[in-house]
Write a protein that binds this ligand. Structure first.
Ligand SMILES: [Zn+2]
Length: 342
C-alpha cells in the first residue's frame, strides 16, 4: 500500500496543485467544519492573523519573480515564482492546520538532476556549518547501508542547539536521524525541537527511509532543512525531502514541512526568537485544513473525510493525508469508508 500510494502521488503532482485550488473554493461547504467547531481546542479565532507575514521578504519574493519573469502554472494571473529549494521560505508554508505536517511542492522534492546523479554515483552525508547565530543549515545524504550505525547511541546532552532552553520540554532533534546516518552528537545535525516534531511528526518519515534502505539495500536521497524566520533561533519546522534512487522515486518520494510546535493539548507556545516557552493556545487554521481532502488508512486502504470518527481513532503513523479527487483514490484501489461515505 505504501509503495502504491507514493507512486500515485508522483504522477499526480501537477493535477493535485490544480485540484487543491478548486477544492479550496468548493470545500468550505463540506464536512470538515464540523470537527473544528466541536473541537474544544478551537477558540474561533483561527481566521484572524494566522500568518506572521514579513513584508520585507514578501517584497523580495515579488521582485525575484519579476526579475526571472516566471509565472506559476496554477496562479491564474497571480505571479508566483516556481518554488525551488533556494527560494523556499516559511512564507510558502501553509498555516498550521492541526496536523503534524503539510505537503510542499505537490509532495515532490526540490532535488536537481545533478544532485540525483551525484547521489546515484556515491553515498555521502553532508551537514551545513553553523551560521553566525549558531544555527544549523540543511543536512543531506545519499543514504546507504554503509552510513548506518553499528554502535549504540552515545550521550548528546552536551550539545546546546540554537534557542535551547533548559527544562522547557524540548528535545534535541536530529536533522538526519541517528538510525539513518549514525550521526549522533554532531552539533551541525541537532536543532531545538518539540517531541511533537521530533518523536511524532518526523519519525514515520525517518523510518520510511531507514527501513527502505535496510530492506532493499539501495540508496535514498534525503535532505532535512530547518526553516527559520529572520534571526529567530528556533526553527519553525523542518522541510523533509526524500527520493528512492534505484527506481527514480517510485517507492519513496516526498516533500513535507513538519511544524515545530508543541502538541496543541499541551497549551504551550514557543518564542522562536529566544526559544522561551510560554502558556497559550496554538492557533489552528481551519482554512488550511481544507487542502487535505481525504485521509487514507495506510493499513486498510480505506479513505475518509478528515472529520470521520474513524480518523480520530486511527494511529497517526497509519494516516496518509491526500489532496485530490475521490476518483483518483478509487482508481488507485482505495475504498471509501462506509461510515463517512466520502
Ligand atoms: Zn470514515
Amino acid at each position: 500500500m505504501k509503495n502504491k500510494r507514493l507512486r500515485s502521488f508522483r504522477k499526480k503532482a501537477v493535477l493535485v496543485t490544480l485540484a487543491a485550488l478548486l477544492l479550496t473554493i468548493i470545500l468550505p461547504l463540506g464536512g470538515c467544519f464540523e470537527e473544528m467547531e466541536n473541537d474544544p481546542m478551537w477558540d474561533g479565532d483561527g481566521y484572524e492573523n494566522t500568518s506572521e507575514t514579513s513584508t520585507e521578504s514578501e517584497t523580495s519574493l515579488e521582485s525575484e519573480t519579476l526579475a526571472e519573469g516566471e509565472s506559476s502554472v496554477d496562479g491564474e494571473g497571480e505571479t508566483a515564482a516556481e518554488l525551488t529549494f533556494e527560494t523556499f521560505t516559511y512564507e510558502d508554508v501553509p498555516n498550521y492546520a492541526g496536523f503534524y505536517y503539510t505537503e510542499i511542492n505537490g509532495n515532490v522534492p526540490f532535488f536537481t538532476e545533478e544532485e540525483i546523479a551525484e547521489a546515484n554515483q556515491e553515498y555521502y552525508e553532508y551537514y551545513s556549518p553553523l551560521d553566525d547565530l549558531g544555527r544549523c543549515g540543511y543536512a543531506m545524504a545519499s543514504v546507504d547501508t554503509a552510513l548506518m550505525p553499528t554502535e549504540e547511541r552515545g550521550d548528546i546532552y552536551w550539545v546546546h542547539p540554537s534557542g535551547w532552553q533548559k527544562n522547557s520540554g524540548y528535545e534535541r532533534t536530529h536533522l538526519i536521524a541517528f538510525q539513518i546516518a549514525g550521526e549522533n552528537a554532531n552539533e551541525q545535525n541537532l536543532i531545538t525541537g518539540t517531541h511533537y516534531l521530533n518523536g511524532e511528526g518526523m519519525l514515520p518519515f525517518e523510518e520510511m527511509v531507514g527501513d527502505y534502505v535496510r530492506e532493499t539495500n539501495t540508496r535514498v536521497l534525503y535532505r532535512v532543512t530547518p526553516i527559520y524566520v529572520g534571526d529567530e533561533l528556533v526553527a519553525r519546522g523542518v522541510l523533509m525531502e526524500a527520493m528512492s534512487l534505484a527506481d527514480q522515486g517510485e517507492d519513496i518520494l516526498y516533500n513535507i514541512f513538519v511544524y515545530n510546535v508543541f502538541n496543541p493539548d499541551e497549551h504551550k507556545l514557543i518564542d522562536y526568537m529566544t526559544g522561551e516557552v510560554y502558556e497559550g493556545d496554538l492557533e489552528i487554521d481551519e482554512t488550511a485544513a481544507m487542502d487535505v481532502t481525504y485521509i487514507i488508512n495506510r493499513n486498510s486502504g480505506t479513505f475518509h473525510l478528515p472529520n470521520c470518527e474513524g480518523v480520530e481513532s486511527m494511529n497517526e503513523k497509519n494516516k496518509i493525508y491526500f489532496t485530490g479527487t475521490r476518483e483518483e483514490l478509487i482508481e488507485d484501489g482505495y475504498k471509501p469508508c462506509p461510515r463517512c461515505n466520502p
